[in-house]
Design a protein around this ligand. Structure first.
Ligand SMILES: [Ca+2]
Ligand SMILES: [Ca+2]
Length: 467
């Protein structure tokens, strides 16, 4: 080979290497659902529009740019989203607002739908020294009491943080440290910031079918965040309670300001059975909800137990979830567990839609952890949720879920019983990547929910295409 050809050959090889090294993979899904809800007002006088119908959809794309062996750029595009203004039909809050961000979705016909939203973009750098992740990324932990990446088709909520994370795998042990900036409202020093510092250790042994982890996180929010988180009018005055009281219960709660968080989980599989649980505790200080110019104390917990059985065509599970409540949020100490991830809100009605006096022109904002009848009480909740699914064939399945829920804390004169919800579902796979389904649910409302109409109902049909 002549020298010239050699050079040409090298050049061509270099170009090819460059071209071939970068590749792009697409994953994602499209989903649509139509729903009818009846009697959501529970017969509470003065509550209008107790029926609800809508058609909504969502298209999420997950493009991954593989740059080379070391670098990958991950992202998630929300192709259509409804704007996030308070009171809008569906929740697509800005990515760094609140503890959990909605994954978008749009109500068909909503003139405030926006075109394309990038939920996430982050770089992963893999080397002999570990994995570094940097950018706006999903965060998940354990059973998802606190953090849930929300990557399933019917997850309505996701944890997405602006974060810097370093992870090291040593056999079955994984150690990690992370620094997150969930919300920064000022670039002037640290005047209006949230800073979270996390350290965790996981043990993940597929041969023994056991997984466990412990995480410690320091969450710090400056007092400048308090006004915004309590939905203040952002004036220099105190908390705008008039506006607070007009909000859905789930948004009418104090926030932690400076707290320690410990979360432990364990999961073990034994033949057809899987058992596990997670417990989370937060302690420190909370926003000044009683408005006496000093931060409230914070001490709250949540836990979850899960058992599942899967064999051939039968899948069954039972969840028990507890989030502590506080029957007096205005007494300067907060004991309500207010960080519960919204994907842990169960059922078609109880965990999904607001009812009674809170019912209004929104979709999917329900929270059974904040159903106190008193404005001064954060109910928390505990629920038992057994479910069973049977695959009749490769393409037909039916399911049944029951949710029995009670408030964890009640104000005086208030009942704890939230009721029993029964949900039925059927699903058909039209093709391997396309499924159609229908659900129906009824709530036998407990005495803890006021109103004369005791049986809200829901009917829903859905379509999903994954790729
Ligand atoms: Ca206070
Ligand atoms: Ca209290």
């Amino acid at each position: 080979m002549s020298k010239t050809l050699w050079i040409v050959g090298l050049g061509a090889q270099a170009i090819c290497t460059t071209l071939l090294a970068v590749s792009m993979n697409f994953g994602g899904h499209f989903r649509a659902e139509t729903a009818y809800y009846g009697s959501l007002g529970l017969g509470v006088s003065g509550v209008s529009g107790a029926e609800k119908t809508y058609l909504s959809g969502r298209a999420l794309l997950d493009p991954t740019l593989v740059i080379d062996d070391h670098f990958s750029l991950y992202s998630q595009w929300n192709v259509l989203a409804t704007a996030s203004a308070a009171g809008s039909a569906l929740t697509t809050p800005p990515a760094t607002v609140g503890l959990v961000a909605g994954q978008g979705g749009y109500i068909f016909g909503d003139q405030s739908s926006t075109g394309l939203v990038l939920n996430r973009v982050w770089l992963e750098w893999t080397s002999d020294f570990g994995v570094l992740r940097l950018g706006r990324m999903p965060v998940a932990w354990g059973y998802g009491l606190l953090y849930d990446g929300g990557n399933q088709v019917w997850d309505n909520w996701q944890t997405t943080y602006d974060r810097f994370e370093y992870r090291l795998h040593l056999g079955h042990v994984i150690g990690g440290i992370a620094y997150s900036k969930p919300r920064k409202s000022s670039v002037i020093a640290g005047t209006n910031d949230q800073d979270f510092y996390a350290i965790y250790i996981k043990y993940d042994n597929p041969e023994l079918e056991v997984e466990a982890g412990i995480m410690y996180e320091k969450q710090a929010r400056t007092s400048g965040q308090q006004a915004e988180l309590l939905n203040d009018t952002r004036a220099t005055t105190g908390v705008d309670r008039a506006l607070q009281l007009g909000l859905a219960p789930g948004r009418r709660t104090p926030y932690p300001l400076n707290n320690n968080l410990v979360d432990v989980y364990v999961k073990k599989t034994l033949r057809y059975f899987t058992f596990g649980g997670e417990i989370a505790w937060i302690g420190g200080s909370a926003a000044d909800f009683d408005n006496n110019s000093s931060q409230d104390t914070l001490n709250a917990f949540a836990f979850m137990l899960n058992a599942a059985y899967e064999r051939h065509m039968l899948k069954a599970f039972v969840d028990f979830v507890w989030a502590s409540g506080d029957s007096a949020v205005n007494d300067g100490s907060m004991n309500g567990f207010i960080l519960m991830h919204r994907n842990r809100h169960p059922g078609l009605i109880l965990g999904r839609e607001l009812m009674g006096a809170s019912h209004g022109n929104t979709v999917g904002l329900g929270s059974l952890f904040a159903y106190s009848n008193s404005q001064n009480s954060f109910s928390g909740a505990y629920y038992l949720r057994p479910g069973i699914r049977f695959d009749w064939s490769q393409d037909w399945s039916t399911g049944l879920e029951i949710i029995w829920a009670r408030k964890a804390a009640v104000a005086s004169g208030e009942a704890a019983d939230l009721g029993i919800e029964v949900d039925l579902g059927v699903e058909h796979s039209v093709y391997q990547n396309c499924f159609l389904g229908a659900n129906a649910g009824i709530l036998f409302a407990g005495s803890g929910l006021s109103g004369s109409n005791r049986n809200p109902v829901a009917i829903r049909a859905h379509l999903g295409v994954t790729f």
